[in-house]
Design a protein around this ligand. Structure first.
Ligand code: JHZ
Length: 414
């Protein structure tokens, strides 16, 4: 069920250098029911490669998307921080691009319609596209029209003839999930109006490497973008960068504004791009030794985390995990941390509660289990929401509870 990468997803170059192997791991959102625990779990390789021609960091294997996205348990509304990021995206776009109620906004990978609901709040026409049948249904129930499918040029043509072009297309944490990037951007070209904008957001490779966010690397994320390869891709499909921003969501992301026409504000954006590329070069993103050092740091982090937890457990401490995040499942499996070290996990997502984490088989409860069982320590798997979660668990902290934060390096707070 995996396909080996033969050429780069952007430039088709064949000089791919594998610098990180996280092992063979179950799918990060492959949560299990009690009756599944006895069954053999499917595991898939997680090798990360660097394209020596264009610089795109990408997964060296592709899992069939049907296995990952047809039934999806992750929903954005499980986090206030993510929802306020969505509110910010909708607000910014509405003001910047002067969206009228007659404009159409399309969200690719629209999940349960969370982002589109903010546009709907402004009275703007919306359309979602998402391959997850369970989530498309939820969005429909909320009144957000949603096509239950993958984006493709064929679908784009169908939508365009039924509804016309879109003034705005959004895709948050979606571009990295798509195997055929050229097909995605060609679909955008079909759907986008001439003066429209495609706005996408995804984790930024520089943050990932700098802050040791290795657990963001998982089967769903096929590409790890930096500015240079992204520009290469856009020039191949004849689309233009309108603007690009670094945002703090998910430990550091890029928010990219793309259009059909050359930017009128050319000098400012050109300077911004030049500065960002210079910063990437200074950091050494195109440097194999920087990538090899990252891989070394990750191995060290794995040893440290496992040792820290083992020591606590040997001293009779109880340890819970907070946030059954996809990335958390990568961290647990890569570090060989399972239900012998972690007593239980909590997560605010109703669809995950009552299930078990893939590979590590830790039972997931609603968050209130923390105040019921008062574990001595909590391993913070959703480290990207540290502030939100620690604010929520103030009482736990005042009563002496401690959080173990795994990245950028293992730390115990307070
Ligand atoms: P979170 C998902 O990754 C999947 P994950 C996907 N591939 C992607 O790219 C990113 O999202 C964006 C829970 N939680 O958002 C909710 C609490 O329990 O970091 C989530 O299950 N209490 C599309 O899964 C998890 O933590 C809380 O207070 O790595 C966080 O998952 C908060 C704030 C979260 O994404």
């Amino acid at each position: 069920m995996t396909k080996k990468l033969v050429h780069c997803r952007i430039c088709k170059g064949k000089r791919l250098f594998t610098f990180l192997n996280l092992g063979t791991i179950p799918l990060p959102n492959g949560f299990l029911k009690l009756e599944d625990l006895k069954k053999k779990e499917n595991k898939y390789p997680l090798n990360t490669a660097y394209c020596m021609d264009c610089g795109l960091v990408q997964l060296a294997e592709t899992v069939n998307p049907e296995a990952m996205f047809k039934n999806y348990v992750y929903i954005p509304s499980s986090s206030k921080t993510r929802m306020s990021n969505f509110a910010d995206i909708a607000f910014t776009i509405r003001n910047r691009f002067h969206i009228s109620t007659e404009s159409l906004v399309i969200d690719i990978g629209s999940n349960d319609g969370s982002l589109l609901s903010y546009f709907r709040g402004y009275g703007i026409k919306t359309l979602g596209i998402d391959p997850a049948t369970n989530l498309a249904k939820i969005a429909q129930l909320k009144g957000i029209e949603t096509i239950n499918d993958y984006i493709s040029q064929k679908l784009a043509k169908k939508i365009r003839s039924a509804k016309g072009t879109a003034k705005i297309i959004t895709a948050t944490n979606v571009v990295a999930h798509i195997q055929d990037l050229h097909d995605l951007f060609n679909s955008i070209k079909i759907l986008l109006s001439d003066n429209g904008a495609f706005i996408c957001e995804f984790p930024y490779l520089m943050d990932l490497i700098e802050k040791n966010q290795f657990d963001t690397i998982y089967h769903e994320h096929l590409s790890y973008f930096s500015v240079k390869p992204l520009l290469n891709l856009l020039s191949q499909v004849n689309l233009h960068l309108i603007d690009i921003e670094r945002t703090s969501i998910d430990g550091g992301s890029l928010r990219v504004y793309i259009g059909k026409k050359e930017n009128q504000n050319n000098n400012t954006i050109n300077d911004k791009i030049k500065d960002m590329i210079a910063a990437e070069e200074k950091f050494g993103l195109g440097n194999l030794s920087v990538l090899n050092l990252f891989a070394k740091r990750i191995k060290r982090l794995r040893r440290e985390l496992k040792m820290t937890l083992q020591k606590l457990k040997n001293n009779g401490k109880t340890i819970a995990a907070y946030g059954a995040a996809a990335k958390g499942n990568i961290l647990l499996n890569y570090c060989s941390i399972n239900n012998t070290l972690i007593d239980f996990a909590v997560d605010s997502t109703p669809y995950k509660q009552g299930l078990y984490t893939p590979g590590s088989h830790i039972r997931i409860y609603p968050e209130v289990e923390i105040s019921k069982r008062k574990p001595d320590y909590i391993l913070l798997l959703a480290w990207n929401f540290a502030k939100e979660i620690m604010d929520k668990e103030k009482n736990y902290i005042t009563q002496g509870g401690k959080f173990i934060i795994p990245v950028p390096s293992v730390s115990i707070v307070p």
